[in-house]
Design a protein around this ligand. Structure first.
Ligand code: SF4
Length: 246
């Protein structure tokens, strides 16, 4: 994982769906442990594994087939671009046009980006992409004021997205948009060269829906793939004994 926050997230109560279903607190949670990319790299080094000398092999199944849409999740705007491709398909029944394979208005390192995604029979769907948590406040203020035209908002807490998340290897130069652009360019290249560009074309995702989740937004999919947040603002208020610090 690129993200240190996932170490906390995997302990959230909804990340123990089997435990909840069986009402048994001893059942193991959905995720056993979260390793960041940096931690995995250290373990590989410590074990003396020399990647170039390893024979090629297949990925483990069921999670071994990826798409270009999955690769660009790693950069700001990537989740939005991937979702736009699948939304187009799910609404129209047609594969997305080439313009949705390079949705340039949501690419780049600006703090807030906007785009209109044209979906025949539906119109222009307005979307927004936020890079870096500080920029979320601007958009949230706009939402509170009732001036938000967007149907879908992507927020990535780390500037540039997960590619420079807390668990990612640091570059030799200080964090900068130049480094972020270079990492993003690699992800877009993986997407461009991928055999499958759309999440909805991934045969293993299709199989999971056919065998288990039934359909996007089904009750099962909502229960297992979606989450809810509650305000924990009160927990952030300084305790009286700490007030001298602020
Ligand atoms: S943007 Fe940062 S905080 Fe959000 S999932 Fe990616 S690495 Fe984690």
């Amino acid at each position: 994982m690129p993200c240190t926050a996932k170490k906390f997230e995997c302990q959230r109560p909804e990340m123990a769906s089997a435990r909840k279903e069986l009402n048994d607190s001893k059942v193991t949670p959905d995720v056993d442990v979260v390793l960041t990319t940096k931690e995995l790299a250290k373990m590989i080094k410590r074990a003396g594994i020399d990647f170039p000398s390893l024979p090629d092999d297949e990925y483990d199944q069921l999670m071994g087939t990826g798409t270009g849409a999955g690769a660009i999740f790693g950069t700001t705007g990537g989740v939005m671009e991937a979702a736009a491709r699948s939304a187009y398909y799910l609404i129209t029944g047609q594969q997305p046009p080439a313009a949705l394979w390079e949705l340039t208005p949501v690419r780049g390192m600006e703090g807030v980006k906007e785009a209109g995604v044209n979906i025949p029979g539906f119109g222009s769907v307005k979307v927004a992409v936020i890079s870096g948590l500080a920029n979320a406040r601007k958009v949230m203020d706009q939402i509170r004021a009732g001036n938000a035209p967007w149907a879908f908002i992507e927020v990535m807490a780390c500037p540039g997205g997960c590619e420079y998340g807390g668990g990612q290897p640091r570059a030799s130069s200080p964090p900068s948009d130049e480094v972020r652009y270079r990492r993003a360019a690699s992800l877009y290249k993986i997407d461009t060269n991928a055999k499958l560009r759309n999440s909805h074309d991934n045969p293993q995702i299709k199989q999971v829906y056919a065998d288990f989740l039934t359909a996007p937004m089904s009750e099962k999919a909502e229960e297992l793939l979606h989450t809810h947040y509650i305000s924990r603002a009160e927990a952030l208020v300084a305790k009286k004994s700490d007030s001298n610090l602020y």
